[in-house]
Ligand binder design. Structure first.
Ligand SMILES: [Mg+2]
Length: 228
C-alpha cells in the first residue's frame, strides 16, 4: 500500500448525506403535521450553506446553528408556533436513523481493511456524527474517527489536520491520503497541511479548483489503483 493512512471525509464521500437530510426533513415536517414540499428541502440546503459558511468564519456557534437554521426556514414558509430546539432534536434523531452509505463505500472500506489504516475525518455536530458512527455497520474498519464538533476545530483549518496527524502516529505527511468531496474543506485543507489529496468528484462537475488534488476520482473503487 502506498499510504499508511487513508483519511476519509464522511458526508457525501462515504455517507449519502443528501438522502439523510431529505428524509429527516420530510419526517420532521410530518411529525409536526406541517405540509412538506420539495421547495422546502431546496431552501434548507441554501440556508445550511449560508449558516455553515458563517460557522467557518466563526460568526456562529454549533449551538446557535441548531435553532437558527429552522428559524430561517420557517420564516420563509410562514410556519410559526414550533419549538425550534425540540424540532431540531427530532430532526437530528431522524438524520441518525436515516443514515445510508453511498454506492461503493462498503466495498472500498472492506478492501482496505487490514491492508492500511483508515480514519474518518468529518465536520459536523457531535450529536449527529458520533451516534451515526457508533451504529455504522462498518465501524470496526475505522482505526480512528475525528469529529470537528468534539474537537472544537474543523476542516480546512491547519490545526484540524495537525491534530489528526499527531493522533495517527505522525508519519511522514506523504504517507497520508485525504479523500473527500469538498474542494475546500478536504482537498485544499489537506493539501495546505502537506498531505496527499484525492477529490471525490461525486457529481462529475468541472471545477477550476481541483489543482489542489493529487488525484480526482468519480467512483470510490478508483481508489484501489491509486493506493497500490
Ligand atoms: Mg463531504
Amino acid at each position: 500500500m502506498k499510504y499508511k493512512w487513508l483519511l476519509f471525509d464522511a458526508d457525501n464521500t462515504l455517507f449519502d448525506f443528501t438522502f439523510s437530510q431529505r428524509k429527516a426533513l420530510e419526517n420532521s415536517f410530518d411529525h409536526y403535521n406541517l405540509e412538506y414540499k420539495k421547495e422546502i428541502f431546496d431552501e434548507f440546503v441554501k440556508i445550511n450553506f449560508i449558516i455553515w459558511s458563517a460557522y467557518d468564519r466563526n460568526e456562529i456557534t454549533h449551538e446557535e446553528i441548531k435553532s437558527e437554521r429552522f428559524s430561517r426556514l420557517f420564516s420563509v414558509f410562514g410556519v410559526s408556533g414550533i419549538d425550534l430546539n425540540e424540532f431540531n432534536d427530532y430532526f437530528i434523531s431522524q438524520l441518525i436513523l436515516n443514515s445510508k452509505l453511498l454506492d461503493g463505500a462498503e466495498e472500498i472500506l472492506t478492501y482496505l481493511h487490514g491492508k492500511t489504516n483508515v480514519a474518518l475525518i468529518t465536520n459536523g455536530m457531535k450529536e449527529v456524527q458520533r451516534p451515526r458512527y457508533e451504529q455504522c455497520q462498518l465501524k470496526h474498519i475505522f482505526n480512528k474517527v475525528f469529529i470537528s464538533g468534539e474537537m472544537g476545530i474543523s476542516k480546512p483549518n491547519f490545526e484540524y489536520f495537525r491534530f489528526v496527524h499527531e493522533e495517527t502516529g505522525n508519519f511522514d505527511k506523504g504517507e497520508y491520503l485525504v479523500v473527500g468531496d469538498n474542494l475546500i474543506a478536504d482537498v485544499k485543507g489537506g493539501k495546505d497541511y502537506g498531505f496527499h489529496t484525492c477529490w471525490y468528484n461525486i457529481h462529475n462537475v468541472s471545477s477550476e479548483e481541483f489543482e489542489n488534488a493529487d488525484y480526482v476520482i468519480n467512483s470510490l473503487n478508483e481508489l484501489i489503483e491509486i493506493v497500490n
